[in-house]
Design a protein around this ligand. Structure first.
Ligand code: FHN
Length: 579
């Protein structure tokens, strides 16, 4: 454990004392507002999602390919030939455990209505396939043996069931006859079977709630019904009608039941006020697909770290093959994740997100008096600069190899690590701080960090479709998930910020959104002096996480001027900092 070198000049100590006073004036933020079972679910952090059913025979998407790529009658007959003889529940549970996954959620019934357990209220189930065996019972038992909590996914929409009003393809057809009240009774009977037959479940993961036949009243009633059956059950927000699309956050949480939000195929935004879980595929399709693309080891692990850094869980999906095996290459990828987590999982499990918000730079988690930094992108030159915090850093250690140096001043925390010692996934530096790390006010980092431009008035030469969602203020809001964007085809544009008064500037940080590929080819940063713009920095590409020292200059107005771009430039954060 290396002591942190503190710059202890009187000015610095006074600055930190002022910060500390501010913190102590703030109400204690540590109190947890979530019920015990939800907090326990949140501590698990990393789970396996499984999408599986007779559709694996076709290699098309579960539910959605019914009545689309696969005629509905053919799709509905697949179970008659479904015989996954190589299904080995222990192999699945072990794959999850070896990946560092602490819970598992399987599609007990997806939108196609097929049940992976011998339900008493339908004959459309695994017991009537050549396989006959109760997949859920075997898997629940195997999970117990491997120390993995067991949960069930259940689709509210059921395009196969005659009483559910909508039909394939994709719920776009209305059945000639239906009986929603009778279907709701069926759904409650089945979810009861799942809890009483395979529980206690760590969670009921609902889906398919978005269609018109399902109402908020039905959802809230189902939530209460299930909690009576298993009081320590957690239930996601898709049980009711509060989910806002794939963003997954709950609108009107006081009106819509659900214990956690469910962003899908994206890492949710930093949010410690409400539990959330990103669900994401390891490959591209939820169900198995031959030769599907698969995420790299780095992408898989960084997704988990950014999710945990945002205070979320990651439910990571595999789609087993028709023979019952999880593809060996997917098992190997998961094993690689587990190997990395075996060394660095202390900063993932049982931690909370922050205090430094996730971004291109990486992510941070905290537990007791520890802050875990997962550093993924280092500045081109100089140390990684984290914003000032009111807590004293007492010590640090690098758990991913090498020896980091950490210097705390009133300006912030500078972290350095020799390039040769950096971990390609994330370099892990554990800080020991004075007091509870969770009580440190969350702060953005890098261009989204303590920039002099943060939250200042901004204007731009062009805004994508004049949409407020992509206005210039999004580049100075401190949130790396928002961005200023310009119209397609724009090859030059400027973003101007009014810093409010003349201030000394010594560093520039720009985070270009490169989700669509880097676009900026030439740019300059200018400051206004006596009504004339003067360049203080010129460059070619920007990319994600650009940072550069400049000769100190004092100015009130500063602007990023894109001189050439391959398409509409879009900037996540534009920051200027003291010398
Ligand atoms: O339509 C489903 C989809 O098939 C998959 O199950 C995902 C997983 O969260 N949920 C729905 C799409 O939002």
């Amino acid at each position: 454990m290396r002591p942190v070198r503190l710059a202890t000049t009187p000015l610095v100590l006074a600055g930190m004392a002022a910060c500390a006073a501010a913190l102590h004036a703030a109400p204690a933020a540590g109190a947890d507002a979530v019920p015990g079972p939800v907090a326990a679910w949140r501590d698990l952090r990393f789970g396996m999602f499984i999408h599986w059913g007779p559709v694996a025979i076709k290699g098309t998407e579960i539910g959605w390919s019914r009545g689309a790529q696969v005629p509905a009658d053919v799709y509905d007959g697949l179970y008659r030939q479904f015989n996954p003889e190589q299904f080995d529940a222990d192999a699945w549970a072990k794959a999850a455990a070896d990946a560092g996954m602490k819970y598992l959620v399987i599609t007990a019934k997806h939108h196609d209505g097929f049940c992976l357990w011998p339900s008493k209220v339908t004959d459309y189930h695994i017991g009537n396939s050549p396989f006959k065996r109760d997949v859920l019972k075997e898997l629940a038992a195997a999970c117990k043996r491997h120390g993995v909590r067991f949960g069930a996914y259940y689709s509210i929409c059921d395009w196969h069931h005659p009483d559910y009003p909508l039909d394939s393809p994709g719920g776009r057809k209305q059945k000639a006859q239906s009986d929603m009240p009778r279907y709701v009774a069926y759904l409650k009977a089945q979810t009861r079977e799942l809890i009483e037959g395979y529980g206690p479940l760590v969670t009921m993961w609902f889906d398919g709630e978005w269609e018109q036949p399902w109402t908020r009243e039905m959802g809230n009633d189902l939530y209460a019904y299930l909690k009576r059956l298993q009081p320590d059950l957690t239930v996601n927000n898709r049980v009711s009608k509060g989910r806002r699309g794939m963003e997954g956050v709950t609108k009107d949480a006081h009106l819509n039941a659900g214990d956690y939000d469910t962003p899908e195929q994206r890492v949710g935004g930093f949010n410690r006020a409400r539990p959330w879980e990103t669900c994401m595929t390891l490959c591209n399709q939820w169900a198995w697909k031959p030769n599907d693309g698969m995420k790299s080891r780095e992408e898989c692990l960084r997704t988990l770290l950014r999710t945990a850094g945002g205070d979320g869980n990651l439910l990571f999906n595999v789609g087993p093959m028709p023979d019952g095996r999880i593809e060996p290459r997917q098992v190997e990828r998961l094993r690689e994740m587990g190997a990395w987590l075996a060394k660095h999982g202390e900063g993932v499990y049982g931690t909370r997100g922050g205090p430094f918000k996730p971004g291109r730079w990486g992510a941070a988690t905290c537990k007791e008096n520890k802050v875990f930094l997962f550093i993924m992108k280092w500045p081109e030159e100089g140390p990684l600069r984290l914003p000032a915090i009111p807590a004293k850093v007492l010590a640090h250690r690098t758990t991913s190899g090498g020896a980091a140096s950490v210097e705390q001043t009133s300006e912030g925390i500078a972290v350095s690590l020799p390039a040769a010692d950096r971990d390609p996934v994330a370099s892990v530096v554990e800080l020991t701080v004075e007091g509870k790390a969770f009580d440190i006010p969350p702060a953005a980092v890098g261009a989204a960090g303590a920039s002099l431009a943060a939250q200042k008035p901004a204007k731009a030469s062009n805004v994508y479709q004049n949409s407020g969602e992509f206005g210039p203020e999004k580049a100075v809001d401190g949130d790396p998930e928002t961005r200023w964007a310009t119209d397609a085809g724009t090859t030059s544009a400027w973003l101007e910020v009014d810093l409010g008064q003349p201030v000394a500037i010594g560093r520039v940080a720009i985070d270009e959104c490169v989700d669509f590929g880097p676009r900026v080819r030439r740019f300059e940063v200018q400051v206004k002096e006596e009504e004339a713009w003067k360049s203080v920095l010129t460059g070619a590409a920007i990319g994600a996480g650009f940072e550069k020292q400049i000769s100190p200059v004092t100015a009130r107005f500063v602007r990023l001027r894109v001189l050439d771009a391959s398409d509409g430039p879009t900037i996540r954060e534009f920051g200027v900092f003291k010398p």
